[in-house]
Design a protein around this ligand. Structure first.
Ligand SMILES: Nc1ncnc2c1ncn2[C@@H]1O[C@H](COP(=O)(O)OP(=O)(O)OP(=O)(O)O)[C@@H](O)[C@H]1O
Length: 554
């Protein structure tokens, strides 16, 4: 909340101008009607012409000022809101980016709902939560002081009406916890997103109807809660209007009585009645404040839930990554998991060494690579790069000296060239072409690429990712199952290229395939999150342990 106030205050000039314009607009609306009432009454008494002229001139002045200030209020307050929402979005995305490690645990629809609905919802914070009470307070105070000048009784009636509309009614209607449709909307977005993502599988497994039914139930539930929400908004609004009317009637009766007993000049009666009716215009937005305040609170909570899970970045930069890597008893458990994904991992990798990590599916190989990439922070153990704890190294500095080729590589819509330049902006066309040739990918640089590489086969994606790996200048290569979608000849050709190109680099490669492992300095065999064997292929075969039995089953 405090942070939201600070964000709004960054545009303080416009905030103050919007408040000023809103107050002027509210006051001139009251003044306009007061003047109309006075003009009607005065005209009935047939005063000299110049009096009518002056009153009419004031009427015009108030009319013009009201319209101009209303326009200015809308213009400036919306500018403040748009400025606020842009700061808010930027701030949210800045906080979101380092949260990659936790975002995996959220469903896409949930994230989408938070990123769009909740961020958008906060735009109401200024316009619908902060702003209306401020304007209403100033207009109410000024009007009560004005009417006090003519009759304390009328001022008192107005005060009662104002307290009822702005405090008693909202309190009575919203004092008990009430449900908003936010949760249902989120659930609907989550299910709708899964439905569209999984449409083909739902169709293939004959589950489309069941899924549609769930969506329809969620939609009905959302509509019903939303209807209740709207009913509550309308009830609040109706009470507001009812109190305003009753106050108006009371002012008429009491004003008429005060006129008959000589305590109020009759010529001011119409003016005061019109003032009492107009002043409640400023109270209308107050009826919605509790609802928008609740939405704002909920949105803040949902956004904070993501952005508060911080991973702290390091503070030191590496000159290069030609350094040894040491892990001592490193363990990691995913936040949502019940057991460790990797346990007591100890490794010594010297600069320039070629290391393979093998093991059955689910044994923790990819998780281990993610720790090398600092995507997660280990729960236990020590992890050093050279003499520095990896925690102290800035992520951007680590990535500057490291190249990765993971199981899933992202390709952006554009061309082969734009996707290659991504790895090395300075590379000339001839270098890019050479990388394609080394990756055995017979494509032209200007060939189009669809989003996520939608127009590439699995093998082409791997070869493009490999070309990208070759282009980036780095000291450490981290590779996860690089050539699973390729035919044996291409795989062997690319493996040879990989070993040649990585000649002076440190190479850490996860693989299922036990071919060519004799070319590695060390093989780590993982099972159920632990390293159960390590050594050269020759040593591991001689040992006749797990590697030996895997090797002979291949
Ligand atoms: N985001 C996650 N949240 C919770 N558990 C996870 C997550 N990702 C992986 N795991 C679990 O951690 C364990 C290790 O997974 P990991 O992906 O590291 O295995 P792997 O050896 O790379 O498997 P594969 O060879 O199939 O890619 C598995 O039991 C897996 O279910």
């Amino acid at each position: 909340m405090q942070q939201l106030l600070q964000m709004i205050w960054t545009d303080k000039k416009n905030v103050l101008l919007a408040l000023l314009a809103g107050t002027v607009s509210g006051l001139t609306a009251v003044a306009l009607f007061a003047q109309s009432g006075l003009l009607i009454s005065k005209a009935a008494l047939m005063p000299p012409f110049y009096v009518i002229l002056i009153l009419t001139a004031f009427l015009k002045l108030f009319g013009v000022t009201k319209s101009a200030s209303k326009y200015a209020e809308r213009y400036i307050s919306h500018r403040v809101t748009f400025q606020f929402i842009s700061i808010l979005r930027l701030d949210f995305f800045k906080k979101l980016l380092p949260q990659a490690h936790v975002l995996n645990n959220y469903k896409s629809g949930d994230l989408l709902a938070r990123i769009t609905n909740d961020v958008e919802m906060l735009q109401n914070f200024f316009l619908r939560v902060l702003y209306p009470p401020f304007i209403a307070l100033l207009v109410f105070l000024a009007t009560i002081l004005f009417t006090l000048f003519f009759s304390p009784w009328i001022a008192f009636i107005l005060l009662i009406g104002i307290v009822l509309t702005s405090i008693v009614i909202p309190y009575a209607l919203f004092r008990r916890p009430f449900q908003t449709a936010t949760a249902e909307k989120k659930q609907l977005t989550v299910n709708a997103t899964e439905y569209f993502y999984g449409y083909r599988d739902l169709l293939l497994h004959n589950q489309l109807q069941a899924s549609k039914k769930t969506l329809s139930t969620l939609h009905t539930s959302y509509s019903s809660t939303r209807r209740k929400e709207l009913d509550r908004e309308q009830t609040s609004y109706l009470w507001n209007q009812l109190i305003a009317l009753l106050t108006g009637f009371s002012v008429v009766f009491v004003g008429a009585y005060l006129t008959t007993i000589g305590q109020l000049e009759g010529v001011y009666l119409a003016m005061i009645v019109l003032v009492s009716l107009t002043v409640f215009e400023s109270a209308v937005p107050l009826s919605m404040v509790p609802i928008f305040a609740k939405h704002t609170k909920k949105a803040i909570e949902q956004l904070e839930e993501i952005t508060s899970k911080k991973i702290t970045d390091g503070t030191i930069d590496l000159i290069d990554l030609k350094q040894s890597i040491q892990l001592r008893n490193v363990s990691y458990q995913y936040p949502s998991a019940t057991r460790l994904a990797i346990e007591n991992i100890t490794m010594d990798i010297r600069a320039g060494e070629k290391v393979a990590i093998i093991g059955p599916s689910g044994s923790g190989k990819s998780t281990l690579l993610q720790l090398f990439m600092k995507e997660f922070k280990r729960n236990h153990g020590e992890f050093f790069i050279g003499d520095d704890d990896i925690d102290r190294i800035r992520i951007s500095s680590l990535y500057e000296h490291m190249s990765t080729m993971l199981q899933h590589n992202h390709f952006f819509s554009g061309t082969i060239k734009s996707n290659l330049l991504f790895a090395n902006l300075k590379a000339a066309d001839v270098t890019l072409q050479q990388a394609l040739t080394k990756a055995c990918l017979t494509k032209n640089l200007e060939d189009p690429i669809f989003e996520k590489g939608g127009n590439l086969s699995g093998g082409e994606k791997q070869r493009l990712a490999f070309a990208r790996l070759l282009l980036k200048e780095s000291d450490l290569w981290i590779i996860d199952e690089p050539f699973t979608s390729l035919d044996i000849q291409t795989e062997q050709a690319l493996f040879n290229t990989l070993m040649n190109e990585a000649h002076k680099k440190t190479l850490i490669m996860v693989t299922h395939k036990l071919t060519n492992l004799d070319q590695f300095d060390c093989i780590f065999v993982m099972q159920q999150g632990q390293i159960v064997e390590s050594g050269t292929e020759e040593q591991l075969l001689a040992k006749q342990g797990l590697y030996y039995s895997m090797y002979h089953k291949k």
